[in-house]
Design a protein around this ligand. Structure first.
Ligand code: AMP
Length: 430
């Protein structure tokens, strides 16, 4: 099967082959012909499946075919919404890469950077706009963008956008789009909320699913190393040093934890950088570029910052701490074993995290093999303690408790975990 045989025009096939791809991935084989036909689609696909090219390529072709040469500013005809800045930047890179032989204009807008240069680009007119919901609404309120000519809407990682609390922003954006349009919805999972959103939005969508919901990619070897919390860093350094790993993505639960771990690894002589929501966009981009270029061996990331990071053939992902939300485990290990490459995901699990591990195993419907490291066996006398979900939560628990209605408090006085997490994520995102 070739990209040509899917009905793509020569300019797009050319760009894809320059990128080095010759065989369309399963999601591309399914999505491209349907999108070219003008169908709405609802696709269950995680990052790593090639979904971005799956919607970008046919989207570019649709815009070329329906292109109406006219005078005046080009109206936005395709809008792609993504949950995070990183993903927005990457999708826009793909738009530029695949559209390099076509006379289409595009731009990307996301938060955390100055709004004026974005405005200038929008005012000149673009055919394709990639955006995070928050910053898009800023532009709408400042009248730098008009969405009344949008023919194609893509919601990328829709489940993430809802998780991050963007539903109201999305609905606001949707209300400004024409009723008649083609909509492509991509989501790794299909919760009740996603189905509700899809029901009101998609017209007889074609359903596409390339990996079973919430199953980890088959090409990823998973392992759990039981270890005491205070010895995790030592074990991690030993693993990286002992195996001479050159490129490792390490996940922590908190921004503070990411910073501290990167510092400690640097002290151990393992070059590391942290990437999280408190870092400026410039610092995040630089850390990612250094990591990709091999100048930094370890990238320590929080879940939110890692969303949408596109690194090919990443061999090792380490869960230094298990995520609070089991679905995040699937997203994390999706960073390895991508596009047919083998990958290894290991989790350093202490006694506090055994419940989180159970949740993950229930979700992925399999037990992850446990391998004990000699010299790092957990001390059986250490009892499980509640997990510290980050400094931000502690502050909120003490300061904001008074203002919360009793019904939204748990008996232990903590805010419901899901809500605090949503707020944290939203603050960190575009
Ligand atoms: P995505 O799921 O869109 O994040 O893509 C995952 C990775 O696979 C990206 O690095 C893509 O550049 C790469 N990729 C996309 N399509 C193909 C293909 N047909 N063959 C090989 N790699 C691909």
């Amino acid at each position: 099967m070739s990209f040509e045989s899917l009905g793509l025009m020569a300019e797009l096939v050319h760009a894809v082959s320059e990128k080095g791809y010759s065989v369309p991935s399963p999601i591309q084989q399914q999505a491209i012909p349907l999108v070219l036909e003008g169908r709405d689609i609802m696709a269950g696909a995680q990052t790593g499946t090639g979904k971005t090219a799956g919607f970008t390529l046919p989207l570019l072709q649709r815009l070329m075919v329906s292109s109406k040469p006219g005078k005046g500013r080009r109206p936005v005809r395709a809008l792609v919404l993504t949950p995070t800045r990183e993903l927005a930047a990457q999708v826009h890179d793909s738009v530029q890469t695949y559209g390099k032989h076509l006379p289409l204009r595009s731009t990307v807008v996301f938060g955390g950077v100055s709004i004026n240069p974005q405005k200038q680009k929008l005012i000149k007119g673009v055919d394709i706009l990639v955006a995070t919901p928050g910053r898009l609404l800023d532009h709408i309120s400042q009248r730098s963008v008009d969405l009344s000519s949008v023919d194609i809407l893509v919601l990328d990682e829709a489940d993430r956008m809802l998780d991050m609390g963007f539903i109201r922003d999305i609905r606001k954006v949707l209300s400004l789009l024409p009723r008649e349009k083609q909509t492509l919805l991509f989501s790794a999972t299909f919760s009740k909320e996603i189905k509700q959103l899809a029901n009101g939005l998609l017209r007889s969508p074609a359903l596409i699913e390339v990996a079973r919901q919430n199953t980890a990619a088959e090409s990823v070897t998973q392992v759990v190393h039981p270890v005491d919390k205070k010895r995790k860093r030592e074990l991690l350094s030993a693993l990286i040093g002992g195996n001479n790993w050159k490129q490792v993505l390490v996940f922590t639960r908190t921004k503070h934890g990411a910073n501290r771990l990167a510092e400690q690894l640097n002290t151990d002589g393992i070059s590391s950088a942290a990437i999280h929501g408190n870092k400026s966009q410039g610092a995040r981009t630089r850390a990612l570029a250094d990591f990709k270029a091999g100048q930094v061996r370890v990238l320590v990331a929080t879940d939110i910052a890692a969303r949408g990071i596109d690194i090919n053939q990443l061999p090792h992902v380490v869960n230094y701490e298990l995520p609070n939300v089991a679905e995040d485990y699937v997203h994390r290990i999706g960073r390895t074993g991508r596009a047919g490459n083998e990958g290894e995901a290991m989790s350093l699990v202490c006694v506090d995290e055994l419940t989180l591990l159970k949740d993950i195993e229930r979700l992925i419907k399999r037990k992850i093999p446990q391998v004990m490291f000699e010299g790092y066996e957990p001390d059986p006398s250490i009892k499980a303690e509640p997990i510290n979900k980050g400094r931000g939560n502690k502050q909120r628990n003490t300061k904001k408790r008074v203002h919360k209605p009793a019904s939204s408090k748990r008996r232990d006085g903590q805010l419901p975990a899901r809500n605090t997490q949503k707020r944290d994520r939203k603050r960190n995102a575009g």
